[in-house]
Design a protein around this ligand. Structure first.
Ligand SMILES: NC(=O)C1=CN([C@@H]2O[C@H](COP(=O)(O)OP(=O)(O)OC[C@H]3O[C@@H](n4cnc5c(N)ncnc54)[C@H](O)[C@@H]3O)[C@@H](O)[C@H]2O)C=CC1
Ligand SMILES: O=C(CO)COP(=O)(O)O
Length: 332
């Protein structure tokens, strides 16, 4: 179905996905902002800044011209969610054929509007087909060919199958679903729990506490995700519990690393600056906290992370408040 693709973003995820789809397609153009990074990718078939040990197939080239996305059948959005609307607007002003399929790979919702990335992309390109990709997909593991599964969210069956074929390799298996909202919400909300799990680890809590936290996080994610428009079963899938487990327990998770630093007493600014990559859970704690308030949802874990990140509440006090809430039944 696809012969070529453009990947917007030459960061970790764009690089990992170029490594995968570059083997399947005649040409993959990575589009970034830094001409030096692009030149090195073209010369060495490696990204000097992100996942520099991953080799990129010969079909992968890089550049900085957003307009060149129009030359491809498929455009992947692998940029931070905070950059999506601006990039969509710029790309829409340059124009894309209406057959070009658009695949959102970012995990977060927009602050202020609460909109999911696929909606923002669809607003910019009302006539183009839009799909999403999510799941437990650490770029570091994809780029070293460790086995990975993902879910593709798409309402058009033919496009879903085409994308599934593209994201099928000996070590990469993909599934399809038509619950785009549920898939995107799981991927966005889990980032906050990865910060919470990191905080818990940084505070020196044990396995019992972290298992309890992740279990209650799944209940909260499902409750909130359904209130925001996802289907309940999606949160038991790869983009829900699958990604929750990956990010809450993996040393690769940037959100977990930010949380860990906070639990050890670092400031948010230091935790984020020392990362040098995007941790979507930081801005998304604000956007999702606001969306939860607007929906009237009960989200004690998100509220605790929000208080730690944005209201200077000490992590130990937030933990104590979480544990000492009024008792309630497990399922309600
Ligand atoms: N790294 C991972 O394992 C995974 C990341 N994702 C998602 O992919 C998205 C991108 O994350 P990463 O690639 O990991 O981030 P990263 O921090 O590794 O790279 C971000 C890239 O976006 C570019 N960028 C930043 N601001 C921009 C702007 N305003 N306009 C255009 N480009 C801009 C940067 O130059 C960089 O190339 C995030 O939403 C993340 O949650 C999803 C699955 C896995
Ligand atoms: O979404 C991810 C893996 O599925 C990446 O998580 P982090 O952004 O926390 O590294």
């Amino acid at each position: 179905m696809f012969k070529s693709a453009a990947i917007l973003g030459t960061g970790s995820f764009g690089t990992a996905l170029a490594h995968i789809i570059g083997r399947q397609l005649d040409s993959v153009a990575m589009i970034g902002r830094d001409p030096d990074v692009a030149a090195t990718i073209n010369r060495d078939h490696r990204n000097p800044r992100y996942l520099s040990s991953a080799s990129l197939p010969e079909s992968v080239t890089a550049g900085t011209e957003l307009a060149s996305a129009a030359e491809h059948d498929l455009v992947l959005f692998c940029i931070p969610t905070s950059a999506t609307r601006g990039t969509v607007e710029k790309l829409a002003s340059l124009g894309l054929p209406k057959e070009t399929a658009l695949l959102s790979c970012a995990k977060g919702i927009e602050r202020g509007t609460g909109e999911r990335m696929s909606s923002i992309i669809q607003q910019g390109f009302p006539d183009n087909p839009v799909a999403v990709l999510s799941g437990p997909n650490h770029a570091e593991e994809i780029a070293t060919d460790l086995a990975t599964c993902a879910v593709i969210g798409c309402r058009d069956e033919e496009l879903a199958c085409g994308l599934q074929q593209l994201f099928t390799a000996s070590h990469f298996r993909s599934y399809t679903s038509d619950d785009i909202a549920g898939i995107e919400l799981g991927g966005a909300i889990k980032n906050i729990y990865a910060i919470a799990a990191g905080i818990a680890a940084g505070l020196g809590l044990g396995d019992n506490a972290i298992a309890a936290l992740v279990t209650r996080a799944l209940a909260e994610m499902t409750r909130l995700g359904v209130q925001l428009g996802g289907r309940v079963e999606t949160f038991s899938g790869l983009s829900g519990v699958g990604d929750l487990i990956a990010t809450c327990f993996s040393p690769h998770s940037r959100n977990h690393r930010v949380g860990n630093a906070l639990g050890e007493g670092k400031t948010l600014e230091d935790a984020v600056n020392s990362l040098g990559m995007v941790a979507e859970g930081v801005p998304n704690t604000q956007s999702i906290y606001e969306a939860a308030r607007a929906a009237g949802a009960r989200t004690p874990i998100i509220d605790a992370v929000y208080a730690i990140l944005y209201e200077d509440m000490p992590a130990a006090r937030a933990l104590s408040e979480l544990l000492n809430r009024d008792p309630r039944p497990e399922t309600d």
